[in-house]
Design a protein. Structure first.
Length: 290
């Protein structure tokens, strides 16, 4: 079986720098899939682009956290267990797991998808910002079950995995826990008829990748992207064009610019092809898995 890779551009709709990057990358054929943060300031601009360009696989980046200091957002559903003392979404996924009710989270998932529908968008797939709905941060795996149930009700594919490979395991997650997550994902995916990739490759911005310059980052990330199993693997990036706004609120903004640069480089795509890796979209995945 061939090696297929989905590189999904996360955080579309977050800000102008993200929107500019994603739309340019779609336009020049460098990316095939992306997902929109519906509670964010530039989400409706992203939805408009999706409607005008239905050929692209653009979905919804289900967002339950608001992690930056100066750019904040609140739930679309108004769920009281989804917010901190200032009325914004919780800062991280562990706080979501410790405080948010199943009922409020389910209502928020539906509110984000329904808003896209109301604007005229037909999402290609759903995924989750910061892994807040996977349940592994607080061992509330029922969150994943609930999420996959909602995906099944709407008929959307979802970012998760049904197979594991030690090369793809996140550095901060023990491999046995990673394997348990796979078992839940596989079982509930089948139960609710949700299409998912075979594998999920979690980007790891470790010190080696961050501290040795762009060329070293590019060399290492290409090795990571090509050292994948046969089947369909998904990974994700957060591309941004450099501007003054992102410098004011995104710590490590330059790494998002690096991600934009590496995926926008024609040599990257030649490298992937020469190493037997075919880039596909979520729409391609759905056709393969039907």
């Amino acid at each position: 079986m061939a090696k297929y890779l989905i590189i999904n551009a996360d955080d579309y709709g977050l800000c102008k720098a993200a929107n500019d990057a994603v739309e340019e990358l779609f336009g020049n054929g460098r990316i095939k899939s992306s997902t929109i943060m519906m509670p964010c300031e530039k989400a409706e601009d992203a939805v408009k682009f999706s409607i005008e360009n239905p050929q692209y696989a653009i979905g919804i980046h289900l967002t339950m956290t608001s992690e930056w200091d100066t750019h904040k957002w609140s739930p679309l559903s108004g769920g009281k267990t989804l917010i901190d003392e200032n009325g914004y979404m919780w800062r991280n996924s562990r706080l979501v797991g410790n405080n948010a009710s199943y009922e409020d989270l389910e209502a928020e998932i539906k509110a984000q998808v329904d808003k896209a529908h109301s604007l005229g968008m037909k999402p290609s797939h759903l995924d989750n910002h910061m892994g807040s709905l996977y349940g592994h941060f607080t061992m509330r795996f029922g969150l994943l079950k609930m999420t996959l149930k909602v995906c099944g009700e709407y008929g959307y594919a979802f970012r998760m995995f049904t197979k594991t490979d030690k090369r793809l395991c996140p550095a901060d997650v023990p491999y046995p826990a990673f394997s348990v997550l796979k078992l839940f994902s596989k079982h509930w995916g089948r139960k609710y008829n949700v299409i998912m990739p075979d594998y999920l490759l979690f980007p790891d911005w470790n010190d080696d990748l961050k501290n040795n310059g762009y060329e070293h980052y590019r060399e290492q990330i290409l090795k990571i992207w090509t050292d994948i199993p046969e089947g369909v693997t998904e990974t994700f990036i957060h591309p941004c064009k450099e501007d003054e706004e992102i410098k004011t609120f995104i710590r490590g903004w330059q790494y998002r610019v690096w991600e934009y640069n590496v995926i926008n480089d024609p040599a990257t795509h030649e490298y992937l092809r020469s190493h037997g890796v075919e880039l596909i979209s979520y729409r391609d995945l759905i056709e393969m898995k039907k």
